[in-house]
Design a protein around this ligand. Structure first.
Ligand code: SAH
Ligand code: SF4
Length: 384
């Protein structure tokens, strides 16, 4: 009989869905009922308690813990650095390296935490670098190094929870900038870090389904937002199979300009993108799509642009998020003047969109939208 994966080399539990854990346990000889029971115990330790050591799993007897250790492990990245902004935003650099699986290239990944009075948002990366080359985005200047695995996406949340003291019986760091003990430190997740999540669909799907699982981390799908530059064919599957909130990086109302800012627009122009939005599964006034619009001085910030934006979105249940452009070294654009952003915001506001301007956070530590760029480089294959 073919040898099972977990019998040949140990498997990282954080990559597996509940069902996959059950299957792995059955391969070890447990019957279905035992495997289900053990998998929910494991799930609870992994995601409710954030445990990485099998010896802490007190409701599992020692001999079985030893067996689990032989076949499974629980990998976490190494914390390389933590920067804390004046406004409380935190940026972490995590190094993913799996000593059990040395074929997977080690990578550095940035994750950002944005605390507000009544909520805390974690901005999670889906790839290292990006295949796309949006002209205003720092990540876009870095080639794709690789996709992150589901486990690496989930681990950003688990690490952040650990660092914020967000697991039971942990202490919050004592600087008053994290929401108080009565609410969770992480209440919302945005897939707005490095990378295009819909170009890493399977891993992002697996990760978000685990993150939203009610028996584990239990983040509601309504509090998880996936942002895409407009990978049109994947929008409907995202709605049907993942079911989280959607954000679209629109940034321009004319194809000629959008082609320049977001080259993928040449493949899927604005009309196709908006059609995919109009038919996004479970779209309603209570579940609107967020349209992101970065404010670039003299490029896309005229009154006519604002009016066209409102017109384009008229029949889509939507929110508009105006993002002041965050500059980075040698970036080819400037941020629109504040009066221009306000005037643009007023036009959008008068059309019925509430508080559309996004306050930039963590600019002093380069943690704001589009500023992330890890030091990981793709290893050159030809050694000439
Ligand atoms: N790849 C996805 C998600 C990551 S980018 C996407 O493009 O949607 C998250 C958001 O930050 C996107 O709306 C992106 O357009 C925006 N962004 C990128 N660079 C920016 C910058 N320099 N200033 C402000 N927003 C930026
Ligand atoms: Fe990639 Fe999004 Fe940046 Fe475009 S804006 S380069 S899709 S991360």
């Amino acid at each position: 009989m073919e040898k099972q994966l977990s019998q040949i080399m140990p498997v990282d539990l954080i990559n597996l869905s509940k069902i996959e854990i059950i299957i792995e346990l059955e391969k070890l000889g447990l019957n279905n009922k035992q495997a289900k029971m053990r998998s929910s115990q494991l799930w609870n330790w992994l995601y409710v308690n954030g445990v990485t050591d099998f010896d802490l799993m007190s409701n599992i007897a020692k001999p079985f813990r030893l067996e689990l250790k032989e076949h499974f492990y629980i990998n976490r990245p190494k914390l390389i650095s933590e920067q804390i902004s004046k406004d409380g935003t935190r940026k972490w650099l995590f190094r993913f390296f799996d000593e059990n699986n040395p074929l997977v290239a080690p990578v550095d990944v940035e994750t950002v935490y944005i605390p507000e009075k009544t909520r805390g948002t974690l901005c999670v990366s889906s790839q290292v670098g990006c295949t796309l080359t949006c002209s205003f985005c720092h990540t876009g200047t870095q080639k794709l190094v690789r996709n992150l695995s589901a486990g690496e996406i989930i681990s950003q949340v688990l690490m952040a929870k650990d660092l914020l003291g967000d697991f039971p019986n942990q202490k919050r760091p004592n600087n008053g900038l994290i929401p108080n003990e009565n609410i969770r430190a992480i209440t919302n997740i945005v897939m707005m870090g490095m990378g295009e999540p819909l170009y890493n669909f399977d891993n992002v799907k697996q990760a978000l389904l685990i993150i939203s699982d009610g028996d584990g981390l239990a983040l509601s799908k309504r509090r998880i937002t996936l942002s895409t530059s407009g990978v049109v064919p994947k929008i409907k599957p995202a709605g049907e199979e993942i079911g989280v909130m959607l954000a679209i990086s629109l940034h321009a109302v004319r194809d000629d300009l959008r082609n320049e800012l977001i080259p993928i627009n040449k493949k899927w122009p604005i009309a196709d993108l908006l059609e995919a939005c109009r038919t996004y599964p479970s779209l309603s006034n209570a579940r609107r799509i967020t349209f992101e619009y970065v404010m670039l001085k003299g490029v896309n910030d005229s009154d006519a642009d604002a009016k066209e934006l409102v017109r384009l979105l008229a029949n889509i249940p939507s929110k508009i998020n105006l993002i002041p452009f965050n500059i980075w070294e040698n970036s080819p654009y400037e941020c629109s003047d504040w009066e221009t952003i306000e005037r643009f915001g007023d036009i959008v506001n008068r059309a019925g969109y509430a508080s559309p301007i996004r306050t930039p956070r963590g600019r002093d530590i380069d943690a704001a939208c589009g500023q992330l760029k890890s030091k990981s480089e793709r290893v050159k294959r030809d050694k000439k």
